[in-house]
Design a protein around this ligand. Structure first.
Ligand SMILES: Nc1ncnc2c1ncn2[C@@H]1O[C@H](COP(=O)(O)OP(=O)(O)OP(=O)(O)O)[C@@H](O)[C@H]1O
Ligand SMILES: [Mg+2]
Length: 495
């Protein structure tokens, strides 16, 4: 069987002074999982957006099976069988899963009206191949983030793609869901689809990728067969040099209780949650998706219905919780889905970095430009946020750098207790390390952290103590020094 080839020749793309891609020549083959890797802002998304017809290169050409193709707009890409699932979810929340999957292509009745029944049946058939538990008639906003990701993939597959582009498809999936997704990808690979696969998770690349194409700062650093490189080689191609911190969080913390939850209950999400976080302590919450972790912290922050039970912040009972009240009490909260809750995309990086600290920069209605500039600069430097200009819209940043803006915004608010819900989604290992270092440094300053991550290895690295949450209840507590990551995975997944 002759393999088809997708070739990109001498692609250059600039945004103002930012060179997103610099004379990149790469090729991808059908029947393979072609991974594209590189640190945040290295140009991965830009490269695939060019194939998808969303971004136009300044220079260079694209060839399919030896012939030059002109991809001016997304419909051209579709015409060539190139379909993309983007890094940021793009579903319409108030429409059903089925309507989202078949948007614009819904079956009609003989009266030319939309045929709801057929739409649902057709969508369900697609979903059943991937994740039968997702009901096609449900509204997208009722789904968890990982389920939304699966819906996006089902939608892409409905086009019978020749080239399927997946931009960080697993960043919101738990391990067992990732495995389900990989099964689907392997099926597609056999069907002679070229899969372009962007991911920051090196471990999963060794399972699913056939080749690795490495970008660094907009340049092509090489393409290698997965079976022929070591993890260390990959990391050095991606970063040049990087220092990964080993071991546990050894910072000390005091006995003073910063946050206490007593019998917090909000059916059907979680019940009888008792939890204490000490001053300067980093407490992790491990669990599979759907365990109720996000619902719990959303409720603590007052973002959801507050349910029953009590919350104490430094010994004082909080009688009513709204995000504004909790913020005032010194709680910071980084949500799981940054696009929905964490950022105002059309606004500038500067504005997004000081959203939580307007009080600090504003006195008697006058904004101190100087204070604002200092706050913005501090986070840009400390988190190494890659941006052209702080006045650019946040939407112009790469996915990982957007996440850093969310983190920076909350750090500027100087909370006493900070809740991170999957803060490392889509960020590279270097940036992760920076966030871990910051959490540990904050701990040294007496700031407490609650840290949720589906990548349990991370909890081991950063937390003093890890709570296990299952089906809405805290079922156990472990200390990183006394437990292994494998054991924790098994405990979280087991019955
Ligand atoms: N619309 C835009 N306007 C201005 N700059 C942009 C735009 N899109 C991307 N860039 C810049 O181009 C560079 C490459 O971005 P890209 O999104 O391709 O990175 P990435 O490798 O996908 O990163 P990540 O891992 O964080 O998703 C970044 O510096 C980014 O800020
Ligand atoms: Mg990206």
């Amino acid at each position: 069987m002759e393999r088809s080839k997708i070739e990109m020749h001498n692609i250059t793309k600039c945004y103002g002074n930012t060179v997103a891609l610099n004379d990149v020549s790469v090729q991808f083959e059908t029947g393979k999982v072609n991974a594209i890797i590189g640190k945040n802002g290295s140009g991965k998304s830009t490269l695939v957006k060019i194939l998808a017809g969303v971004v136009h290169p300044d220079k260079g050409k694209v060839m399919l099976d030896g012939e030059e193709v002109h991809i001016e707009k997304p419909t051209d890409a579709f015409g060539h069988g190139i379909v993309t699932v983007y890094q940021e979810l793009n579903l319409i929340p108030y429409l059903s899963v089925a309507e989202n999957i078949l948007l614009g292509r819904q079956p009609k009745t003989k009266y030319k009206t939309l045929d709801k029944k057929k739409t649902i049946a057709a969508a369900q058939e697609l979903l059943d191949n991937i994740s039968p538990d997702i009901p096609a008639e449900a509204k997208v906003m009722e789904l968890a983030v990982w389920q939304q990701q699966v819906v996006e993939i089902a939608k892409a597959m409905s086009y019978n793609p020749k080239v399927l582009i997946l931009d960080e498809p697993t960043s919101s999936l738990a391990q067992h869901e990732t495995e389900k997704l990989f099964e689907v990808i392997r099926k597609l690979r056999k069907k002679d689809v070229a899969i372009l696969y962007i991911s920051h998770r090196l471990q999963e690349l060794s399972v699913i990728a056939d080749t690795l194409t490495i970008l660094r700062d907009g340049r092509h650093k090489g393409t290698v067969n997965m079976s022929e490189v070591s993890a260390a080689e990959i990391v050095s191609l991606m970063f040049g040099k990087v220092e990964i911190q080993e071991g546990f969080n050894k910072n000390s913390f005091t006995e003073e209780i910063a946050l206490e939850l007593r019998n917090l209950t909000s059916e059907p999400y979680f019940r009888n949650v008792n939890l204490k976080v000490r001053k300067g302590e980093v407490v992790g919450i491990a669990g599979m998706l759907g365990a109720g972790r996000s619902e719990l912290v959303r409720s603590v922050f007052g973002a959801d219905a507050q349910g029953k039970g009590e919350i104490y912040v430094y010994g004082r009972k909080v009688s009513r919780r709204t995000p504004a009240i909790m913020k005032q009490k010194g709680i910071g909260y980084l949500p799981e889905d940054r696009k929905r809750d964490g950022l105002i995309l059309p606004m500038s990086c500067r504005e997004n970095l000081v959203m939580t600290s307007l009080k600090k920069i504003c006195s008697r209605g006058v904004i101190s430009k100087k204070t604002e500039r200092e706050l913005v600069q501090k986070q840009v430097e400390e988190l190494a946020i890659k941006l052209g200009d702080v006045e650019n819209a946040v939407s112009s940043l790469s996915g990982g750098n957007q996440q850093k803006i969310v983190v920076g915004n909350w750090l500027n608010a100087e909370p006493k207790i900070i809740i991170f819900d999957e803060p490392t989604r889509g960020i590279d290992i270097n940036a992760k390390q920076q966030i871990f270092n910051i959490i540990q440094r904050l701990g040294g300053l007496g700031i407490s952290t609650i840290f949720i991550s589906s990548e349990l290895e991370e909890l081991f690295q950063v937390c003093h103590r890890i709570l296990i949450m299952k089906r809405g209840e805290i079922t156990g507590e472990v200390f990183p020094q006394e437990y292994s990551v494998e054991e924790l995975y098994a405990t979280c997944m087991g019955e």
